[in-house]
Design a protein around this ligand. Structure first.
Ligand code: XMP
Length: 510
């Protein structure tokens, strides 16, 4: 079934993916395309609407990103947000100026009569973040919103169905933002609202069944949400013709490997084999202290172990990967510096003898993957799992890794997780875990001097892991966790709480 799509053109704004997610949450399939996409690419989605994102540039700057002008003559409604609005103004002969007063943060905006403001006319608080602003309207446009310092805070050309808003309807701080986007989709683009996760799961399963038939499929399971949902969709489609391999590198959290085997093999009946490769990983990691070196070794070993297992199975027709939409989005602007080389299972295709990749989650954001997971009956604690790095505890044990240190980390982490869940905080904290610092210090226990390890507790709130705030855990909960860890975990005599955001820190310690 072909779904309606809205194309979002990326001008490098920090909320670009958020716009697509908001659109999808309103049951319309949104796709993000770089601003330099050619018109044929844009047309290939047969969009019912086009949205321009914000961006850091000034429309008059040299190399300012622009979009193929033909978008305006497709007969498809256009909504420009912030930079997107200024670009529309420029493209239609209006004027944009550098405002003397920068508008930033919550701003009262007076929304006038316009299809995109249907039901939300009048004053409301909107989120602004701009220095430039439209100062002269292009021909055919009229003002549809203003603020005290920005007379043209929104405009529209009803005839051509082109709209612009200076504020950001996609961020939660804009009180009526969701209604504005909804109006654009349903009042202006006349969307059918045909993007729904339960339909998605059923259709995907049918599609995989039709495509694969009785051919053989292989999947690397990590126990993480993406590979779990991808494998389950394929399993529901083709049953035992799917073989899953789970490489246990010995750096998982306490009882995690057991849980994966219980849920997927015992309860769901998947054809799943666990390979205990912890000896190899630990041997290769022996004495290695440098975080990037650890990541490289684990990435390499993982591929080697998987390749050996795949060789035994022989040639397969398809390889399943849990690639999700943020992994495939080509961003509009810029290359960021590599802070950490995150590895997933990206290198597998080069070592497995297969015909074609199956990536059932390629179009989905993480929250959509979770919705599909619940839809197809995966247990909540698997689907809602917090993110866990590919290199596992290797980047949560500072310095060299030994079995003893892994055990200390696992025990402390298990207590932390248990207490956070007991306090009902597991739903509000995005990621939380124990770090075994490389530091030892002096303590006193039962009148005896101790010289033992320090555990750091790390807990953050975040939306996507790109930025994060440290979580404000109540002191009594922290006290209980600390107490239990020093009492129950051997070789720990001190517990500290990390109160640093990202930036300047990162979420993981290594
Ligand atoms: P950082 O530490 O970079 O983490 O702030 C951001 C998010 O990414 C996860 N992370 C990793 N995930 N391989 C992964 O698959 C890695 O090497 C890796 N390092 C960090 C981290 O857990 C957080 O969710």
């Amino acid at each position: 079934m072909k779904r309606q799509a809205v194309v979002v053109i990326d001008f490098g704004g920090q909320y670009n993916q958020l716009i697509v997610r908001r659109i999808r949450n309103l049951n319309v399939y949104g796709v993000l395309l770089p601003s330099n996409s050619d018109i044929e690419k844009i047309k290939s989605f047969d969009p019912i609407g086009i949205v321009f994102t914000g961006g850091p540039s000034s429309v008059f700057a040299e190399n300012a990103p622009c979009v193929a002008k033909e978008v305006y003559s497709l007969g498809v409604p256009v909504l420009g947000i912030c930079y997107g609005m200024q670009l529309i103004a420029k493209d239609f002969g209006g004027n944009v100026e550098h405002a003397e007063i920068r508008e930033y943060g919550n701003t009262t905006v007076n929304l006038l009569k316009s299809p995109i403001f249907k039901g939300v006319e009048g004053e409301s608080v909107c989120w602004m973040s701009h220095t430039d602003r439209v100062c002269t309207l292009p021909d055919g446009f009229e003002v549809t919103a203003s603020t005290k310092t920005c007379p043209i805070a929104a405009f529209s050309d009803e005839k051509r169905k082109i709209y612009g808003v200076q504020f950001h309807p996609e961020v939660v701080h804009t009180q009526k933002g969701n209604e504005v986007l909804k109006n654009f989709l349903y009042e202006v683009c006349h969307a059918a609202g045909d993007w729904k996760m339960n339909d998605f799961a059923d259709e995907k399963i049918a599609e995989i069944r039709k495509k694969v038939g009785d051919k053989k499929v292989l999947c690397a399971m990590s126990g993480g949400v993406d590979s779990a949902v991808a494998a389950t969709l394929v399993h529901k489609a083709i049953g035992d013709n799917l073989t899953c391999i789970f490489v246990d590198h010995g750096l998982l959290r306490k009882d995690e490997a057991k849980q994966v085997m219980r849920v997927f093999k015992d309860e769901m009946g998947m054809n799943l084999t666990k390979i205990d490769a912890s000896e190899k990983f630990l041997k290769d990691l022996r004495g290695v202290k440098e975080p990037e070196k650890k990541r490289k070794i684990i990435g390499r070993d993982f591929i080697e172990v998987f390749a050996d297992a795949a060789k035994e199975i022989g040639k397969v027709d398809y390889l399943v990967q849990g690639t999700i939409y943020p992994d495939v989005i080509e961003s509009g602007l810029g290359n960021s510096a590599v802070i950490k080389s995150h590895h997933n299972v990206g290198g597998l295709p080069s070592v497995v003898d297969f015909e074609e990749l199956i990536e059932p989650l390629r179009e989905l954001f993480k929250d959509e993957v979770r919705a599909v997971g619940l839809e197809i009956g995966l247990p909540k604690d698997i689907v809602m799992r917090q993110p866990f790095p590919g290199p596992g505890l290797a980047v949560r044990i500072i310095g060299n890794i030994t079995r003893k240190k892994i055990k200390i980390n696992q025990e402390a982490d298990a207590i932390f997780r248990e207490e956070i869940a007991l306090a009902g905080l597991d739903k509000v904290i995005w990621q939380y875990f124990a770090v075994l610092t490389g530091m030892r210090s002096v303590g006193v226990m039962g009148d005896e001097r101790t010289y033992d390890y320090t555990i750091a507790l790390r807990a953050v709130t975040s939306v996507d892991g790109m930025t994060a705030d440290w979580a404000d855990i109540p002191h009594d909960v922290l006290a209980k966790i600390s107490n239990r860890i020093v009492n129950e975990v051997k070789h720990v005599n001190r517990v500290v709480y990390d109160v640093t955001g990202k930036p300047p820190a990162t979420i993981e310690w290594e």
